[in-house]
Structures are given as C-alpha cells and as structure tokens.
Ligand binder design. Structure first.
Ligand SMILES: Nc1ncnc2c1ncn2[C@@H]1O[C@H](COP(=O)(O)OP(=O)(O)O)[C@@H](O)[C@H]1O
Ligand SMILES: [Mg+2]
Length: 367
C-alpha cells in the first residue's frame, strides 16, 4: 500500500468567528479537536503522514510550506453560500487533490431548495416545498398544513425545534420570520412528514467518477469495500459504491419538547438518547428502495467518495421521501450516523476514514 502525505483540513468549533447576538446553535456544524484528532489517528494507522491545519483564508500560504499529496477535507466554512466549497475551491486552484465532493456539489447540497430541484429533475422523491426570502410571499396553495420550516443552508439540526412544525398560517408566518431573521437566509417551507426516519451512508464512487485505468480494466473495489459484510439485499448499485444498511433514527426515547425531530439539541447534546438500529428493522423491499434512492441522489448531485442521505417515510403510503443529502456528512467516531452505519456493515471508523481517502486516491488515479 502506497503512503501519502495528507493535509487534514478542518474548521474547529474553538476557532469559530463568534458574532454578537448569534443563535446558540450557530456553529454546531463545526468539529471538535477530538474529532480532528481521531481522524488524524485513523489516517496515521493507514500508514500515511498527516499534517493537520485549519481551513481558513490563509490556507494557500500554509499549504505552500509542505509537499502535500492529497487533502482530507472536513471544512464546513463560516460564511456565505459557498462556505462548504471554499476550501475545495482553494485546493482546486492549487491543484491539490482532496477527499469528498467537489465545489459544485457542495454549493448545491448546502442550499436545500436547490438540491431538491436537482433531485426532482431526477425523479427522486422529496417533500413539496417553497422558499421564503422575505417571509411575505404568498403560500403556494398546494402546500397543506402541517408544514415544516427550516433554514435553507444549515445542517446538524441548526434552526430546527418543535416550532418548526407549523399547524396554521399564524404559526407558519412567525416561524418563517424567525428563521430568516435568526439565520440570515431564506426559509425552506415543506410538507411535514410525520413517519419513521432513516439515513443511508455511502462510501466509494460511481464508476464514471473514477479515472479510467491505464489497462482498460474496470476499477477494483477499494480495501474498505472488500471488507464490507455481504449484501443482505439484491441491488443494482455498482461494486465501486457501498451503500451502508439503513440506520433508523428512532427518536421515541427523546424528551417530548424535541417533538420527535432530529434537532440540534439531540444531534449536539442528547445524541446518546435516540435508538439507532442498523440495519433498521424494515422489509428488504423498503431497504432496496431506499438504497436505490440514496445512490440515485449521490449520482444526481455528482457526489464523490462518501455522502449520507436522510429519509422519512410518508405515513399514508409508507413511501420513503428524501429530506436532504449530505456530501460532507459528520465523521465523529462512534457518534456520527455514517460512522455507526459503517460499523454495522463491518467497516470500523479507521477503515471508513481510510476508505474515504482511498476512494479519492482511486478517483484521481493515484492508486
Ligand atoms: N419535511 C420534514 N418533515 C418532518 N421532519 C423533518 C422535515 N425536514 C426535516 N425534518 C426533521 O428535521 C431534521 C433535520 O432536518 P434536515 O433537513 O435533515 O436538516 P439537517 O441538515 O439539519 O440535518 C430531520 O432529521 C427530521 O427529524
Ligand atoms: Mg439531516
């Protein structure tokens, strides 16, 4: 196995540019020192040399001091519509390969309404929605209460509380106004989906995203994919992309004030409270259906190396619907959904981290 010099790039919570009056959960997406240390340890266990640094506006100057083969990107950024794409854009300009999705995917996926438009174009089911920029827009009469309100461009449950579920026009107007004013971005209003919640993690790439081999042979599955448990369902997902078994987010043990939602309070503080059965206790048919949709969303958004897709089931039809796609899914050891799902599929945290690196190395034709 070849050894590489890897720049581990992160935006740590402790370096967040705090502003007066910011909401309490403003920086919940950023990583702890512990997460960075765990990823670094995993990469070293893979035999690589690791140089960690904050992915800030000085990144280009800092990287110039080293001979980097590839970057392991976990940067969420701080400001602007491009925040998750800023570090990848710098790396593109410096011609440094990096793990995970590229600039376009990260920009589109950060903006939930835009990602939903792309998914709808690919016939992927996602709740009917409307974007509110000023808050005074006329509600699309096709949207029936109860409706759900969330910030357009956040993650980690930021801006999601019991009040996100609105049962009438008065509640909706108040929540939309709060969302726009507090998070300084448009509010996404969509159908409230009351049913069970699942998330599917993915590792690898679709074959056409991988540089063709010099010998013309199809790409070999990377080590982490060879070690995965045999599939329990029949699917058409290519060998080069592993879709982990569905992980259910069973929120029933959570305090009632969290209203059965995967809020920032649960994701940040009460993450031990929900049950996360994986593989979820569901039919093989539903499993196969969600796997197909998850891989479809991965392809539609042109994700690379890893991603996670969140689902809820419609209570009336039982049909899965996609809430969102996360190309920059959290990687907290033992805690993040994709990490738990990987473990359930026989892929340890270290194997997942090195699998993401290998997927990128293979995609760039470096292994
Ligand atoms: N349309 C919806 N109907 C019901 N619950 C929703 C809806 N959208 C989001 N949620 C709840 O809010 C949580 C976070 O929403 P999500 O869109 O996944 O954003 P985040 O990027 O913060 O994870 C979901 O996991 C789910 O519990
Ligand atoms: Mg989510």
């Amino acid at each position: 196995m070849k050894k590489f010099t890897v720049a581990l790039l992160y935006n740590l919570k402790q370096n967040a540019p705090h502003r007066e009056g910011e909401p309490w959960d403003a920086w919940n997406e950023l990583d702890s020192e512990k997460t960075a240390a765990n990823i670094e340890r995993a990469l070293r266990a893979g035999g690589h040399e690791v140089i960690g640094m904050e992915g800030d506006v000085h990144l280009a100057q800092k990287l110039a001091h080293y001979k980097i083969d590839i970057a392991f990107n976990t940067c969420e950024g701080h400001f602007g519509l491009s925040r998750e794409a800023q570090t990848p854009a710098i790396l593109d300009a410096l011609r440094i390969p990096y793990t995970g999705s590229g600039v376009m995917t990260l920009c589109v996926a950060l903006d939930k309404p835009m990602a939903k438009r792309v998914m709808l174009q690919h016939n992927l089911p996602t709740p009917l929605f409307q974007t509110f920029v000023t808050g005074d827009e006329r509600l699309n009469p096709k949207l029936k209460f109860p409706l759900f309100v969330k910030p357009s461009r956040e993650g980690s449950g930021i801006g999601i509380t019991a009040k996100s579920v609105c049962r009438n026009a008065r509640e909706l107007r108040a929540q939309v106004a709060w969302c726009i004013e507090t998070y300084h971005q448009p509010a996404l209003v969509e159908e409230y989906i009351e049913g069970r919640e699942f998330t599917l993690g993915m590792l690898g790439n679709l074959p056409w995203m991988i540089q063709p081999r010099a010998d013309g042979k199809p790409p070999e599955p990377i080590a982490a994919l060879k070690n995965a448990k045999p599939k329990q369902i029949k699917t058409q997902t290519p060998e080069t992309l592993r879709v982990f078994p569905p992980l259910e987010v069973d929120l029933s043990p959570c305090p009632p004030e969290q209203a059965g939602l995967y809020t920032s309070v649960i994701k940040g503080e009460l993450y031990n409270v929900p049950n996360y059965p994986c593989p979820a206790p569901i039919s093989k048919r539903l499993w196969a259906q969600m796997e197909k949709l998850a891989a479809g969303a991965f392809a539609a958004l042109e994700c690379t190396d890893f991603a996670r897709v969140d689902f809820r089931l419609r209570q009336d039809t039982g049909a899965p619907t996609i809430l969102e796609i996360n190309p920059l899914a959290g990687l907290q050891e033992g805690i993040s959904d994709i990490v738990m799902a990987g473990e359930a599929d026989g892929i340890s945290f270290a194997a997942l981290i090195n699998g993401i690196l290998d997927a990128a190395l293979q995609r760039y034709g470096m292994i």
